[in-house]
Design a protein around this ligand. Structure first.
Ligand SMILES: [Zn+2]
Length: 141
């Protein structure tokens, strides 16, 4: 039985780079994978890597480009374990949409980078088949 995750630790410099890199892809949504380590009840974030967004309307949705997803998996997985998936919300709200709740696999951690002119935010969730999306406590370090 896995212990529940109590806290997710994200280096502040990485958070700023993540937000800026996602912002550079506006007005489109961006998506990709999050790398790091899970130790006991803590998750440590090491890096993020974009996967090309192949959605028909990239400004309102995202879909991993299959070939790019495979490329990222093979280039990243041996250096840093992939611990989750992220996508952006270009309009500032980090709440999972209905499409997020229905469409995303209940695997690992799910990250939403909510972009806003004043204050962009990152939120992290753990999808649970029984209780839905559980918000995890995120702390910058
Ligand atoms: Zn979403």
């Amino acid at each position: 039985m896995l212990k529940p995750i109590e806290i997710v630790l994200l280096p502040e410099s990485l958070m700023h780079r993540w937000i800026e890199d996602c912002r550079s892809l506006l007005p489109n949504e961006a998506c990709g994978v999050v790398c790091g380590r899970v130790a006991e009840t803590q998750v440590w974030v090491d890096d993020f890597v974009f996967v090309r967004n192949a959605a028909p309307d990239k400004s309102t949705s995202f879909r991993f480009d299959p070939a790019d997803w495979v490329r990222v998996w093979y280039t990243v997985q041996h250096r840093h374990p992939i611990i989750g998936i992220f996508h952006t919300h270009p309009h500032g709200d980090p709440t999972p949409s209905d499409a997020d709740r229905l469409g995303l696999t209940a695997w690992g951690t799910q990250w939403i980078v909510a972009l806003d002119k004043q204050k962009s935010r990152i939120a992290v969730y753990r999808p649970d088949p029984e209780s839905g999306w559980q918000t995890l406590r995120l702390q910058t370090i």
